[in-house]
Design a protein around this ligand. Structure first.
Ligand code: GLU
Length: 328
């Protein structure tokens, strides 16, 4: 099978520096290893995503010089490339999991689910079993008359191990570290873990490069792949970009998004700062994506989260820009 990487943005806002940092590393990994690249829009959540953001993502990626061979805006043999248009594929996978007894209906409220999935730091509580997993058939039938259930994966007490290209050897106890997770919401919308697993497998993705916050999702997705009989990709979970005060960059940081950046900077200047943050260059001077691909290897990429220093911010958003106000 040919090697293939992917960009998998959620079009829930304008791309920001943190997204661009992950996309640059995904692009470099693919181009340096001779892999293809696919772009798919993770727009499953109708409340948070908008087609207009997808269009801007495409423009911003192209502006940076990060191209893709297949997917949204270019087409290809594994479409459609928007998750909203792929629900029949998720449905088929879901039915297989149902037939295998790998999922069960859950009537917990969202509040109960959140409480069950967020242990306090340092707490080693077993996240595994939701009480709904042990309901009798009669109880399920009674509850089904009241309202539609969500569906959760019935994860076993099993360890999933893999070697991350950047973070090294990883091991997760599915039940303790991940717990039973939602594969389909009560309103019928499929969950992130199932959709990503189906898409990566059916789009032929062999290399997944994404933020370090999704490291334990790899364990859930590897388990789903195994249950569905699909080959596993390799993973590289890259550092997150943090704002100066230690916060993770988010789409609500409007001042660091590509609308603001593109008004002030050339793509080579932005790439230079990102490459220096990644540890690929000592100095944050201008550089093209192709120049970076020439010497790329994971051994040169920093593992730890990166903080946007005042110097990096000053380089991208010099204060004198704001003050001079232009030639008129
Ligand atoms: N769509 C997810 C995001 O934008 C990324 C999912 C993934 O890479 O697996 O955060």
């Amino acid at each position: 099978m040919p090697e293939k990487g992917r960009f998998a943005p959620s079009p829930s806002g304008r791309m920001h520096l943190g997204n661009a940092f992950s996309f640059l590393l995904a692009w470099l990994d693919a181009r340096a290893s001779g892999a293809g690249l696919v772009l798919r829009m993770e727009d499953l959540d109708p409340d948070r995503t908008r087609p207009a953001w997808s269009e801007l993502l495409v423009e911003d990626l192209r502006w940076l010089g990060l191209d893709w061979d297949e997917g949204y805006a270019v087409g290809g043999p594994h479409g459609p490339y928007c998750q909203r248009e792929r629900t029949a594929l998720y449905e088929a996978a879901f039915r297989r999991l149902q037939a295998q007894g790998d999922v069960y209906p859950c009537w917990c409220s969202r509040h109960q689910r959140l409480a069950a999935s967020a242990p306090h730091p340092g707490e080693t509580r077993d996240l595994g079993r939701c009480p709904c997993r042990d309901l009798s058939r009669a109880e399920r039938e009674r509850l089904a008359l009241v309202r539609a259930p969500a569906w959760k994966a019935a994860v076993p007490h099993e360890t999933v191990s893999f070697s991350d290209l950047l973070q090294g050897p990883q091991s997760f106890d599915l039940s303790r570290d991940c717990g039973d997770f939602v594969v389909r919401r009560a309103d019928g919308v499929f969950g992130y873990q199932l959709a990503v697993t189906v898409d990566d497998a059916l789009m032929g993705v062999t290399r997944v490069v994404r933020g370090r916050d999704l490291l334990d999702s790899a364990a859930r997705q590897l388990w789903l792949m195994e249950r569905l009989g699909w080959a596993a990709p390799v993973y590289a979970h890259v550092p997150l970009l943090l704002a100066g005060d230690g916060r993770r960059l988010a789409k609500r940081d409007r001042d660091l998004d590509f609308g603001a950046l593109r008004a002030r900077k050339r793509p080579q200047e932005v790439l230079g700062v990102l490459a220096a943050l990644a540890g690929l260059r000592e100095e944050p001077g201008p550089v093209t994506a192709a120049e970076l691909a020439a010497g790329f290897s994971w051994g040169r990429v920093a593992r730890e989260d990166r903080t946007l220093s005042p110097e990096a911010l000053e380089r991208l958003f010099p204060e004198k820009d704001e003050k001079s106000g232009g030639p008129c």
